[in-house]
Write a protein that binds this ligand. Structure first.
Ligand code: FE2
Ligand code: FE2
Length: 231
């Protein structure tokens, strides 16, 4: 859109990503806390999903560290304390994140059980939730103050989207749309056309209930929604 050059960055996509991450960690917890209800096939599938999720989280962090924080520092050197905190929070998350990834591999290979994955999830959960909230508050406030929406789009493209294949992009977008309640203010901010919304995005919001594409289908985890702030 033409006014993207002048309007402040709208960081809805950051909220969508963070909310999808929170949603799936909550869903994973539900399954891991009731291992007796899970088939061996579902357990392996959960391990594969967690592995994919942690890979995406590292991709996300590295994109922010490499492209976003330096750009914001250049525009607003006075924000260095917040930007240093963002980077150091990512560094602190590395260890629990890699441990959960390793446990997810163990789950897939049948070397360990769900309770050991749950321990690793517990260790990651608290510092990650704290970081996401901090970034959505102070971090994104800087973004909206110093970047135009066009610059935000260009950052996302360079940091994250350009490295994806078409198939990876489709999987990622379906994952982000899963469980989102597209209230009108959120829908408007996406800029989605009505046909695209009704034919693609809205049906994807219910994908967790569909056996086949979803590891959560048929479990209580499928009812967990993506809580996206509409402010
Ligand atoms: Fe983020
Ligand atoms: Fe972050």
């Amino acid at each position: 859109m033409a006014d993207d050059l002048t309007r402040p960055a709208d960081t809805l996509t950051m909220s969508l990503f963070h909310s999808a991450l929170r949603r799936d960690l909550e869903r994973a917890r539900i399954l891991l806390e009731s291992p007796g209800t899970l088939s061996p096939r579902r357990i392996r599938r959960l391990g594969r999903h967690l592995l994919w999720l942690m890979g995406n989280l590292r991709w996300h962090h590295e994109g922010e560290d490499h492209y976003l924080w330096p750009l914001l520092l250049e525009r607003d050197p006075g924000s260095s304390a917040v930007l240093d905190a963002m980077k150091s929070e990512h560094d602190t998350l590395d260890e629990p994140l890699l441990r959960l990834e390793s446990r997810a591999r163990g789950l897939i290979a049948g070397r360990i059980g769900p309770s050991e994955v749950l321990t690793a999830l517990d260790a990651l959960d608290k510092p990650l939730m704290k970081h996401l909230a901090h970034e959505e508050g102070e971090g994104m406030a800087i973004v909206s103050r110093v970047l135009s929406h066009q610059e935000w789009n260009e950052f996302e493209q360079r940091a994250w989207i350009d490295g994806f294949t078409a198939a990876q992009s489709v999987r990622f977008l379906a994952w982000m749309a899963d469980g989102v309640e597209w209230r009108e203010p959120i829908r408007r901010r996406t800029g989605l056309s009505a046909p695209l919304y009704w034919s693609v995005v809205r049906p994807l919001s219910f994908i967790a209930r569909v056996p086949g594409p979803s590891v959560w289908a048929g479990t209580p985890a499928a009812r967990v929604k993506s809580q996206v702030a509409s402010a």
